[in-house]
Design a protein around this ligand. Sequence first.
Ligand code: FES
Length: 113
Amino acid sequence: MSRQRVCALTDLAEDTALAVEVTEPGEPEPTPVCVVRSGGKVYAIRDECSHADVALSEGEVEDGKIECWLHGSQFDLESGKPLCLPATDPVPTYPVTVEDGDVYVDVAAASLK
Ligand code: FES
């Protein structure tokens, strides 16, 4: 399946993150997704730090980056790449579209850079 609606654009204040779950048909488990608005753009990144499996959506957002609340690694919201230690692996990101005030995410089109 392609994109799914995850929230309204008005649910996302600038430099905040929202935790959502997206279930693909045929998949037993939902995918945890962190939807973020920063710098006027909306991003979607897997809501799971690559270092120790905690929710990125509970971290701080600034200038297109999200910081893991547990050990402080920052991830680029566009690419999912870690910008500092201790995380060394990227986090999957997902295509986002905004249409008529609604935010859509396509978890089937995940990108891992
Ligand atoms: S759990 Fe995220 S940096 Fe350690």
